[in-house]
Design a protein around this ligand. Sequence first.
Ligand code: PLP
Length: 421
Amino acid sequence: MDHFLYRDGELYAEDVPVRDIAASVGSPFYCYSTATLLRHFKAFDDALAGTDHLVCYAMKAASNQAILKTLAQAGAGMDVVSGGEYARAIAAGVPGDKIVFSGVGKTHDEIRTALTTGIRQFNVESEPEMRRISDVAVSLGVVAPITVRVNPDVDAKTHAKIATGKSENKFGIPISRAREVYAEATKLPGLKVVGIDVHIGSQLTQLEPFRQAFSKVAELTETLRADGHDIRRLDLGGGLGIPYTRSNEAPPLPNDYGQMIKETVGHLGCEVEIEPGRLIAGNAGILVSGVVFVKTGEDRQFLILDAAMNDLIRPAMYDAHHEIVPVKEAEPGVELRPYDIVGPVCESGDTFAKGRLMAPLAEGDLVAFRSAGAYGAVMSSEYNTRPLIPEVLVNGDQFAVIRQRPTFDEIINRDTIPEWL
Ligand SMILES: *Cc1c(COP(=O)(O)O)cnc(C)c1O
């Protein structure tokens, strides 16, 4: 459930008419709902009640400082995948001991900064990385807490670009080799093994792949404990999917996911971490865009919007479906028309939807892309020198711009001209 609903024929974000925000900041823009963010975070937190746990928001889904602060104040930890994200988490007031560091390519600098400023654990994705973390820790005279990310070779049954738990993926260490890797970790002077990590992919719409993966992790926990390792923490990753359409089968709820976690690993007495990103931010954000033209082609009508693939790349990159709704609610019984909904960027891939049935729209009308809060703004670019669009956060009847649209001058002045020109 989210807080973007119609009232008297107008789309609202919580208690604010979306049209008022558009009048204030101009389209296109992203708009997030505080109540939805908090509701989703709480759903996970409640789902693990009774178990020692920490919900580490995977901030790559939506990493605006205001979003991080909203979640951090509710008690969230953070899962970061780069030095930049680590800096964002610290800047948002997240203590180092609530930050976990994931990702396959951690650099010396990133490791050093995290060890100096504070880190809950590194989720180690390879043996060279394990040695590097140990070396940096030794050079700083500290010990780095680590888990090893195991790849359980489970089919997440999701889009190929966001599946991460099969043996062909670049992530983690094959679970079949975990014992030897853990044995090596204990020999490295700068490391302290604290647990096991797994993350099998994103936008999973069934519990079964998670259950398979977590069962394998449970088995491994017993094996590693028998080998003498102190496995006290299980990081079970993120990946729970969200409904992008109203019609399709609803993905499992956080509560059922939490129940399944308790069933698969509850008997081990471990502290549990989860790293949800999409489910917290996805339906907490919309992308609002204006109609630039309605263009009649040979056999179809194009709705040309002021938002484009550089603002929301998910349709072009993942063949993603986003529900697109008019900000002024369609009159009941109005006849729907098929539109190809596109942006102005010079690529045929800049197509949000083909033959989408919509109530008739005209130049200047506003539409909203639902479920655009995760992997939306964070993946945007300034391709075609289109400025990064503003982000707005709503809280009850208030709203605030949480990232300004840069001016053309600001964009141009980021470039520097070499002396010889
Ligand atoms: C992307 C990612 C997540 C979050 O995945 P969602 O599908 O957004 O929940 C969690 N952990 C790791 C390691 C990731 O790479």
